[in-house]
Design a protein around this ligand. Sequence first.
Ligand SMILES: [Zn+2]
Length: 264
Amino acid sequence: MKRKNFLQSAAVGSALIVAAFAALASGSKSGDSNAAERNKAAHWTYTGAEGPANWGRLSPAYELCGLGRKQSPIDITGQTPADLKPIKLDYKATPISVVNNGHTIQVNYAPGSTMKIGATTYQLVQFHFHSPSEHKVGGRSYAGEAHFVHKSADGKLAVLGVLIEIGVENEFLKPIWASMPPSKGANSYPSKTLDPNNFLPAGRAYNRYIGSLTTPPCSEGVSWYVLREPVSMSRAQVDEFRNTISANARPVQAMNKRVLQKSR
Ligand SMILES: [Zn+2]
């Protein structure tokens, strides 16, 4: 009988843990309030005491930022050539909303645009920007990087990274930059529809590895596809972004025996 009670309470304990994680995942306030309190999203930054070196200590929910072995971004070097599947993009022009979340300028995307790789289809959820770039190539930073964040029906994340170098003004970015909300938490709704196809480079050769979100909670299991051909933006466009969002790149992380492949 005692053993049965033990098993029952163990089962209840597991259920509580599951409930706490479910609450965390959904952002709900219900569930185990202590666990929810401990795991709540802590404030974080790109510099100082709440900067990248300390993200893993700011909240138990951010543990992977410090302990994870498959983290992003990385320095792209020593790639292994491989027969990788082509990236098939079916992006549609849609109305957008532009959000300043305090860490980046994010463009939320209406459903219906997809990235297909092999048998997996991912929906484009949002894209956002970093300056300088988060990924380096052979130790070199770029002026910026765009991340197109996709999710499959079973919840797997795949990010298409596009490096941005200084050069001619980027026409695609103009309406986004023009409607960048100046303060954190603000949204804007540009009247123009946007077609991300106009932003992407012609070349679709890419580097691939398994990594993580580059911001807390640094969740792993993210498939990264970083296009090898960069696009350009003007110095003035970089400055404009930096005046609204200061430098927002996490330092590169250790590869830890992961494989970095490049499409042929
Ligand atoms: Zn990003």
